[in-house]
Design a protein around this ligand. Structure first.
Ligand SMILES: Cc1cc2nc3c(=O)[nH]c(=O)nc-3n(C[C@H](O)[C@H](O)[C@H](O)COP(=O)(O)OP(=O)(O)OC[C@H]3O[C@@H](n4cnc5c(N)ncnc54)[C@H](O)[C@@H]3O)c2cc1C
Length: 453
């Protein structure tokens, strides 16, 4: 008897939903089992008093796979794009400075001294060889561009994306193209120029959805229809031979046997580790070796007249030497329409990360007060917030630390011994929404190949 042409996806975050939809499109029966009462995982949207606040991603960079998923969900009309020229700021010596977004602005930026500017621009004329070992992001930037670039620009940027420690993050795993450019061309600038070719220079599109990120999750779940079941936390899995999979859910005594030829585990790595522990101890140990950084998200609404700064941009990032706990923030109402009522502004700040992990142990009120105090000074805020929402994510983002590429390779190798088991999620090849979708699609392709064998 051949295994059923059905798949179970554990976890209805964006990775799991993308995988499930791709499988459903190709005629595979899919069930998505989600522990929470709502799908979306790290993505959720709260509408309150005319404000629209996001628990995790505030926007995303468009990719071909993301565009395809939006089309598949008939959601194109909900898409909104930010102005690609929107400036981003970096806090330095207590003041906001526009971050350089192009070579001419690099020359004029007040964030760098002349020595750093010359070093960056002359990089195209120098040749370097990457070290054989997995190099940290911080070591790479120091070696190629110097300490000032690391502290004022590159460090705050990676803290913003990964909530990570630049001394621990692996260059090869966080910015693989940079590692390739140095390997192939001996220069990052020459590599970037070659990869761009002769076409016009375009910035990647920064986008969102009119009614927030969760509206897209809702559209994906609707498209999958009754295939998504919320409120089921899977505790462990075991193969039931050709019949399907024996699934143990929290709160049930006996496992339920569900017909499926394949299981896609689309949970965070530490949960995946728990699910496979009964039958794949090595895989479980490797998965649980992926560290996560905590982040608290503080969304606040203010009266426009209480904010002295024009908020003419995306938001600002904070170098660690400024001594603030806030990592950075997004000026939501400047980026997209419909984020705040008339006469109000919405600002979302991020605090914590791998270098300040205890923030999430604090209560919501002191976290919000800390952020209000810190950003209040910078943005000249003179009145209290009129709306507020705090999320504490103790395990917000996987850390692509030194040795990450080897861990991912070990996961792939160990999966070879687990017939019918697949993993996907933001801990493998990139945490961005676009990357999660591409990984979900790749997992679906592997499931199809497996079921067609
Ligand atoms: C604060 C923050 C800001 C971010 N900002 C951006 C941004 O601006 N742009 C961007 O592109 N990306 C951003 N990201 C990254 C992006 O949001 C995430 O990487 C992505 O949403 C993760 O999706 P996922 O499906 O891989 O995992 P998750 O969203 O974690 O989904 C996993 C799902 O599995 C479920 N689950 C877990 N265990 C079980 C179990 N045992 N049984 C059943 N279900 C289970 C969970 O409940 C969850 O729904 C941000 C992330 C955070 C935390």
């Amino acid at each position: 008897m051949s295994p059923p042409r059905q798949a179970i996806v554990v976890g209805a975050g964006i990775s799991g939903l993308a995988c499930a939809l791709r499988l459903a499109e190709t005629g595979i029966g899919v069930r998505v089992l989600e522990a929470a009462e709502q799908p979306g995982g790290m993505i959720s949207t709260v509408e309150r008093d005319g404000f629209l606040f996001e628990s995790g991603p505030q926007s995303f960079q468009m990719t071909p796979d993301l565009q395809e998923l939006i089309r598949a969900a008939n959601f194109e009309s909900e898409l909104i794009e930010a102005d690609p020229k929107t400036p981003r700021y970096v806090l330095l010596d207590g003041k906001l400075h526009p971050a350089p977004m192009s070579p001419p602005t690099l020359l004029s930026t007040s964030l760098l001294g002349m020595g750093s500017k010359v070093r960056v621009l002359s990089e195209a004329f120098r040749h370097s060889k990457p070290p054989a070992h997995d190099e940290s992001f911080a070591d790479f930037v120091r070696r190629k561009f110097g300490t000032e670039i690391l502290e004022h620009l590159a460090g705050p940027f990676v803290s913003g994306v990964f909530a990570g420690d630049p001394e621990q993050l692996s260059l090869r795993s966080t910015f693989p193209t940079m590692a390739v450019w140095e390997e192939e061309y001996g220069s990052i600038i020459r590599g970037a120029m070659k990869s761009r070719g002769d076409g016009p220079r375009t910035r990647p599109t920064l986008a969102g959805f009119k009614r927030g990120m969760a509206s897209f999750i809702g559209a994906l779940a609707r498209k999958l229809g009754t295939g998504v079941t919320n409120g089921i936390r899977i505790d462990s899995l075991e193969s039931a031979g050709n019949v399907g999979w024996s699934i143990h859910c929290t709160g049930t005594r006996t496992p339920e046997v569900l017909p499926a030829g394949a299981i896609v585990i689309a949970t965070p790595a530490y949960e995946a580790a728990r699910l496979v522990n009964k039958f794949a101890k090595g895989l479980s140990a490797t998965l649980s070796g992926i560290p996560y950084a905590p982040v608290a998200v503080v969304a606040q609404g203010y009266r426009r007249e209480h904010v002295g700064h024009a908020l003419n941009g995306f938001g600002f990032l904070v170098p660690r030497k400024e001594g603030l706990r806030t990592l950075g923030n997004v000026w939501n109402s400047s980026l997209f329409p419909g984020r705040a009522p008339a006469g109000m502004v919405a600002i979302t700040s991020f605090i914590g990360g791998a270098m300040d992990p205890h923030v999430v142990d604090m209560d919501e009120e002191p976290i919000a007060d800390q952020v209000r105090k810190e950003i209040g000074k910078v943005l000249q805020i003179t009145g209290p917030p009129v709306a507020r929402q705090v999320w504490r994510h103790p395990k917000a983002l996987p850390q692509y630390n030194l040795g990450h590429a080897e861990r991912v390779q070990a996961i792939q190798d160990e999966l070879e011994n687990c017939r019918g088991i697949f993993v996907t999620g933001n801990y493998l090849e990139g945490p961005s929404i676009g990357s999660c979708i591409s990984q979900g699609f790749r997992a679906a392709k592997s499931v199809l190949e497996h079921l067609s064998r």
